[in-house]
Each structure stands twice: as structure tokens, then as C-alpha cells.
Design a protein around this ligand. Structure first.
Ligand code: PMP
Length: 410
């Protein structure tokens, strides 16, 4: 059987058996680009992988060996559905850096914050329920929301984040239409994909609208500690303990351990633990012990400083390149942290249609529509500066700008 035949869905004998839920599952636009973007001649401004090449591997290897010797086979045993208490206590020190005070019991450890997104959607949403999402939003969150057959409605915003007036009006309109609005999904720090940050004032306004409307707030904050200019703005969860907060070690340490956490009020937390137990029995125990040991034996805050210096150089290389090369009519965001710049192309240029020509010109990016559930974002692209070196970023941005120029001439 040929490779083509192996992938031909007409030959899938289970084709009539899949749940309706699978119809909402989308191939991640970023993952679909991976094969192309990884070709060495292409400068990939597409992927969002953290650059962990400079992690102190020797020290980590030694501390993992010491962890096994110290704890024995327990690190390879099943563990608590809520996650290891020791790690939950350490996470309190991490979230304190963003102004959050909590109790270890408020935390559920998850297999990355991606699993937190899945569990939160699972416990709150029935098919047809509405999730309000910042505009644009993380592609992996939209994918999860749609896989639960929810309706994702984007709330317009600007460089300062969600527009509270639009949030209020949209919520009222949807409710008047008889829709069940469940939660607002927001990435207030260095949004993926837009790179924008919500001001403190905006955070308060958004929280106040959600409180008045009985809309739950889900704050997704994997990049919060990767602030590249000023100190991070305190988390929304630091203002309101009812906010459901998703955190992760993926960007401040390493994603391969698959350890994140959800901070939630008591009742929600109990449901999350039940959902976690039904999904995986318990979050990965070995990884939790490894992270716990990393936090207690290595200079993790110093390492975050190293990451920040590296990402700052890359962000600056991208912003300088954009300034130098982008054609008139383009605009872009100036992220104060995280991994991404969001560019708006000149009128008439379609980011999706342009992609094959960009790949021919040896540069890749993610077209804007990936970050909307409704196909918006045709003139937008996400440019990541996290992975390539500053030199490659400069080359990539120049190629990218040339491709846009060619589109304008056609
Ligand atoms: N939320 C956002 C905004 C992200 O960008 C990502 C990863 N790219 C995640 C959640 C998931 O991260 P992880 O599961 O590795 O913690």
C-alpha cells in the first residue's frame, strides 16, 4: 500500500464511527507547517518552540540522578490526581512573582497548560456553549474549544487587549439570543499570537464586566515571567481569586517535561481533579519530581534571566528588521515579552495565499486565520522570534518584506 493510500480517508473503514466531536478537531496550522519550516534553507518565523539549547544540561542530569537516589522508585509510581504536594508548594513561589497569593490546595498539576485548557473546557462546556476569546487567540486553545463542540466568539480589542465595552455588548447580545456564555479566555501577558499586553486598568475593567455578567475568566499565562522590558504586570488572578489561572514550566524551563498547572477556586478544583483522574489518573510523576528538583537545586530564576536576555536580543533583531524593510501600509506590534510579533500586511495582501510564495522565498510564518475560529485575520501574520538566531531573524524578515513587496506589484 502506498503512503498516499495509507492516508486516504476513503479507505478508512472506521469513517462512519467517529464521534461528532472529531468534526470540530482541526489540524494545527502550526503543526502542518512544521515539515516545510524545518527545511534548513528556510528561515522559520513560524514555530513557537522555546529555545532551550543553553539549559545547563549537565547540572540537570546530575540533579535528576540525585532525585532518583533520594526518592527511590516513588518517582516512577502513580501519584496524586491533583499533583505532588511538594511541587504545588514550590509553584506558589513561582506565581508569587506575578503577585498571586494562593494555597497549595488551589493548584491542580496538569500535563502542560494545554491539558489545563482541555480540563477547564471539559468541566464547563456542553456542545453549543459559547466561549468568548480574545481576538486573536492561541491556536491550540481554539482547537481544544472546538473539539468540545463549543462556539468560539472573538471579542475585538486593540494593542491594550480586550475591549471591555465590546465584551459587555457581545455577552448581552449572545444571551439575548438564548446562548449559554461560559467563560472568557484571555492571554493578558504577551499574547500568543499578538504579543500585546493588557494594562492593569484594562484587566480590572475586563474582570468587572465578567463579574457583572457572571462570566468565568480563564487567564492563560505561560509567558508572564518572560518580560523583556519592565517587570510583569500582576496577573488577573492576583486581583480576583475567582479567576482560573493556567501556568506552565514550558517557557521558563522546558516543554518536554509536560508540566503546567491550573489554579482554581475550591469547587472548580474538585471537578478538575475528577476530570484529570478520568483523563490520565495523575499528571506525570517523574516529570513533577524532576521539575521540583530543578527548582530546589538549580538557579531557576537566574535561568529565566538568561532566557530573557536571549529573547530580548531576538525580539530587537526582529523589530529592527521590520522597521528597516517592511513596505508602507504594514504595521506590527511591539511585544514587551514572550515570543511573538503580530503584523498587519498592506491592504490587498492575503497572508494565507502568500504563504507558498514566502516558502519559495525561503521564509515561513503562520497566517493570521489560524488564530481565529471564524476565519478572520486574512491580512495578519504571526512572526516568532524565539527560535532562530538574531542573524537568521534579520535575513528572514528581509525575505518576508520582499515577498510582500512582490505581492503588491502583482
Ligand atoms: N497557552 C499558550 C498561550 C501557549 O502559547 C501555549 C504553548 N505554545 C500553551 C498554552 C500550551 O503550553 P504547554 O502545554 O506547553 O504548557
Amino acid at each position: 500500500m502506498s503512503e498516499q493510500e495509507r492516508h486516504d480517508t476513503r479507505l478508512d473503514r472506521f469513517v462512519d464511527s467517529y464521534s461528532q466531536r472529531t468534526n470540530g478537531m482541526r489540524v494545527s496550522a502550526v503543526r502542518a507547517l512544521f515539515a516545510v519550516a524545518n527545511r534548513p534553507e528556510i528561515v522559520s518565523l513560524a514555530g513557537g518552540m522555546p529555545n532551550i539549547a543553553d539549559l545547563p544540561l549537565h547540572g540537570i542530569a546530575q540533579s535528576i540522578a540525585a532525585m532518583i537516589e533520594h526518592n527511590g522508585a516513588q518517582v516512577m509510581q502513580y501519584g496524586s490526581g491533583q499533583g505532588e504536594l511538594g511541587l504545588r508548594e514550590q509553584i506558589l513561589e513561582v506565581v508569587a512573582l506575578e503577585g498571586i497569593t494562593a494555597h497549595p490546595d488551589d493548584i491542580v498539576i496538569t500535563a502542560g497548560s494545554q491539558q489545563g485548557l482541555d480540563l477547564v473546557t471539559r468541566i464547563f462546556c456542553d456542545p453549543g456553549d459559547v466561549i468568548l476569546a480574545e481576538s486573536p487567540s492561541y491556536v491550540g486553545a481554539i482547537g481544544t474549544f472546538l473539539s468540545y463542540q463549543t462556539e468560539v466568539v472573538h471579542i475585538p480589542g486593540d494593542d491594550g487587549g480586550i475591549d471591555p465595552v465590546a465584551l459587555l455588548e457581545t455577552t448581552r447580545r449572545l444571551r439575548a439570543e438564548g446562548k449559554r456564555v461560559k467563560f472568557l479566555y484571555t492571554i493578558p501577558n504577551y499574547n500568543n499570537p499578538s504579543g500585546t499586553t493588557q494594562s492593569m486598568e484594562r484587566r480590572r475593567e475586563v474582570l468587572s464586566v465578567c463579574e457583572s455578567q457572571g462570566v468565568i475568566v480563564v487567564e492563560d499565562n505561560p509567558y508572564g515571567l518572560l518580560s523583556l522590558d519592565a517587570d510583569p504586570i500582576p496577573a488577573m488572578r492576583s486581583i480576583d481569586p475567582n479567576v482560573i489561572y493556567l501556568g506552565s514550566f514550558s517557557k521558563t524551563f522546558a516543554p518536554g517535561f509536560r508540566v503546567g498547572w491550573t489554579l482554581a477556586p475550591h469547587g472548580v478544583r474538585e471537578k478538575l481533579v475528577l476530570a484529570q483522574e478520568s483523563a490520565t489518573l495523575c499528571p506525570p510523576v517523574f516529570s513533577q519530581f524532576a521539575i521540583s528538583t530543578y527548582l530546589s537545586t538549580q538557579d531557576w530564576q537566574g535561568q529565566i534571566g538568561v532566557f530573557k536576555d536571549m529573547y530580548r536580543q531576538r525580539r530587537d533583531a526582529m523589530l529592527t528588521g521590520l522597521e528597516e524593510h517592511m513596505p508602507e501600509g504594514s504595521t506590527w506590534t511591539h511585544p514587551a515579552g514572550g515570543f511573538f510579533v503580530w503584523a498587519t500586511l498592506p491592504e490587498g495582501v492575503d497572508s494565507q495565499a502568500m504563504l507558498p510564495r514566502a516558502v519559495d522565498a525561503r521564509v515561513a510564518y503562520v497566517p493570521g486565520p489560524a488564530f481565529y475560529a471564524d476565519g478572520d485575520g486574512a491580512r495578519n501574520v504571526r512572526l516568532s522570534y524565539c527560535f532562530p538566531t538574531p542573524e537568521r531573524i534579520r535575513v528572514g524578515v528581509q525575505r518576508f518584506a520582499d515577498v510582500i513587496r512582490n505581492e503588491l506589484e502583482v
